[in-house]
Design a protein around this ligand. Structure first.
Ligand SMILES: NC(=O)c1ccc[n+]([C@@H]2O[C@H](COP(=O)([O-])OP(=O)(O)OC[C@H]3O[C@@H](n4cnc5c(N)ncnc54)[C@H](O)[C@@H]3O)[C@@H](O)[C@H]2O)c1
Length: 263
């Protein structure tokens, strides 16, 4: 028997990158999958690959998302897994953000996750319980300059996840993943710049850029019974990248591992 045999799953942002890999992994582990995305063609392609269904919807539209989730649950015959993954951002200096763009990014990355939970939790309860996994980011757990609305929204996802876990335990487990640098449509613009792959490989202890499947595997674990005693957590999946920056960071490599300790 596979990890998720007989489970019924809804994934937002399922047409590309981490969401697409998650749909594939969920299906490979035995779940029936509804692929929700604002990109209708992309969602249909993924649904065809995983033998699931596609629904075109914008996660920032609370009522439209509730309707799409309702339709998915009716066609799936219930709901056990909800993955709120749709998200994305651009970069800008704090005072230079256009207010409308700031609002769009917060609505997409934070309110979109809440919209998904608002739409899905009653179906999870009606199906006897289940698991929610929200996609946060290392930008929420360890923010960088230039991404204020995205970092704030993703930190909000971490808090929303913990708060919801308390509210819905023991029926529904609610966790999040915080991906590091993963190659996808979102990051390829950055990774295709000269020297960027070398840069990220050099600051990542696991010495490579992540693949969407690195996150999808963890999402499936969190959805499965193997994670039955885990709730309210945000699991950082970044190859160790954000471990750097401690007080004596680099000292051991520079002096001791090189064989020339300071006198
Ligand atoms: N790639 C990374 O390095 C990385 C790192 C940390 C977090 N994340 C997060 O992972 C998630 C997936 O990102 P990805 O890297 O796979 O990017 P991606 O661009 O490949 O996929 C994002 C998907 O979300 C969909 N989407 C965007 N806005 C939407 C909306 N309003 N309604 C419905 N669907 C919408 C897109 O059409 C796309 O299919 C996002 O939440 C992102 O913030 C990515």
């Amino acid at each position: 028997m596979s990890l998720l045999t007989g489970q019924r799953a809804v994934v937002t942002g399922g047409a590309s990158g981490i969401g697409r890999a998650t749909c594939r992994k969920l299906a490979a582990e035995g779940a029936s999958v509804a692929v929700l995305d604002v990109d209708k063609d992309g969602a249909e392609e993924v649904a065809a690959v995983v033998g699931g269904m596609a629904l075109a919807v914008d996660v920032t539209d609370a009522d439209a998302l509730a309707e799409a989730v309702e339709e998915a649950v009716t066609r799936l015959g219930g709901l056990g897994i909800l993955v709120n993954n749709a998200g994305g951002s651009t970069m800008q200096g704090l005072a230079d953000w256009d207010p409308a763009e700031w609002d769009r990014i917060v609505r997409l990355n934070l309110t979109g996750v809440w919209n998904g939970m608002r739409a899905g939790v009653r179906h999870l309860q009606a199906s006897g319980g289940g698991a929610v996994v929200n996609t946060a980011s290392i930008s929420g757990t360890r923010p960088s300059a230039g991404e204020t609305p995205y970092a704030a929204a993703k930190a909000g996802v971490v808090a929303l996840t913990a708060s919801a876990a308390l509210e819905y335990a023991p029926t529904i487990r609610v966790n999040a993943v915080a991906p590091g640098m993963i190659r996808s449509k979102l990051t390829s613009v950055l990774l295709d710049l000269d020297g960027m792959v070398d840069h990220y490989e050099s600051i990542t202890p696991m010495a490579r850029i992540g693949a969407p499947e690195d996150i999808a595997d963890v999402v499936c674990f969190l959805c499965s019974d193997q994670a039955r005693f885990i709730t309210g957590q945000t699991l950082v999946v970044d190859g160790g990248m954000t471990l750097h920056g401690a007080g004596v960071d680099g000292l051991f490599d520079r002096f001791f591992r090189s064989g020339s300790p300071p006198a």
